[in-house]
Write a protein that binds this ligand. Sequence first.
Ligand code: FAD
Length: 425
Amino acid sequence: MDRSAIVENNLWRASSAERVNSHPLEQDISVDLAVIGGGYTGSSAALEAARRGASVALFEAETIGHGGSGRNVGLVNAGLWLPPDDVIATLGEGAGHRLIAELSEGPAKVFGLIEREGIDCEATRNGTLHLAHAPRGLTDLQNRATQGQRLGAPIQLLDRAETIRRTGSEAFHGALFDPRAGTVQPLAYCRGLARAAGQAGAQLFENTPVTALSRQPDHWQIAANGRTVRAKALLLATNGYHRDITSPFAPRCVPVHYSQFATAPLPAALRDKILPGGEGCWDTALVMSSIRIDKAGRLIVGGMGDSTGPYAPLHRSWGRRKLRRLFPELANIPFEHGWSGRIAMTGDHIPKVVAFGPSTYAIFGYSGRGISPGTVFGTTAAEALLDNRPDALPIPVLEGYSERFTAAKGAWYEFGASLFHGLPT
Ligand SMILES: Cc1cc2nc3c(=O)[nH]c(=O)nc-3n(C[C@H](O)[C@H](O)[C@H](O)COP(=O)(O)OP(=O)(O)OC[C@H]3O[C@@H](n4cnc5c(N)ncnc54)[C@H](O)[C@@H]3O)c2cc1C
């Protein structure tokens, strides 16, 4: 059973101000670009293609934002999870510097699109705080600060006192502040991209799983909902929520689960004390956790692990203990929402673009950093496919990619998170 099908109480579904008008595919069609998957990658590609005047159709197996794009923390970061030196060591000087530079502009692109398209998604550009969970976490942040500042990033290391003032919690030893970043209501942002794509002329088909795709002499042939689609170009944007498709290629990533729990809206006096600046936060722990506030003033605590899986009780009770430890004054405030999602992790934590045939890309593996990167990769993929310009993409294109033992590695992450969450917090 697809665990994502288990009914959860996802805050983002309950509070999204954006809606999408669409229906399932009911007839055969021909388009310039077919996009499979309605997350940030697919929706931003559809938007860009439609604005360029191309005929574009987006096929989503469930509803827009069903995957990672409707379940995440909503941190709009200016780069990958890897520190810059690791990105350069993995990709090489030229490609590494280019990817870092393009992703550092990612939040500006996201917030620019939100403004241009009038997306109603609780956009807050007050920066993010990477929080030192322990003294060794501060050393990690100092290294990241040195590396980032060397490349011109306007990031700033904060001491313990300032971190306490900004978070309202005494649990942290310092923080790295990134003023380029911010937060969004992640599902509303995704729906807004798709809604804007539709308004620009893209055809959106929800509840339309693609079941097969094949290369014909001069086009791609796609089977969906018992209908046939002809497309000059194809973008496979199914990422970590890929469903079986008879296809020459399927993305392979390690599934790493991450769950979130949202309180009832905090009373005004506590809102003035807890994250008063509205920064989105995550920490330096190996088994990472996150905190942020939404527009209604709910505090959202997140941590690795699957709150719909076999170790769900451990993760849920960890959520409560974590809340109490960070903010003792919230000990009795109830959680009203809880949900989880699957992060698509690659072995080197770098996203992949694979050209598995003519005029096609599969894009996947943002490794927990997909809001800005997904927007940048999706937008540039449309440009690359329509203009036949692979160099428009911020990363070199691969001809193939494989990842071994993904299920076993995913189970190992889940087991580790469960062990950790079983320990006293
Ligand atoms: C819990 C969690 C927290 C995260 N936190 C953050 C964060 O704070 N900041 C950040 O930047 N990133 C974060 N991420 C990562 C980010 O959410 C993802 O990288 C991003 O959403 C990926 O977008 P996508 O469009 O590539 O894929 P997805 O959003 O996963 O979309 C893929 C879509 O393809 C559809 N699909 C699959 N198969 C088919 C098919 N056969 N036919 C049609 N449709 C199909 C799926 O239903 C799905 O809707 C987090 C991820 C998770 C899970």
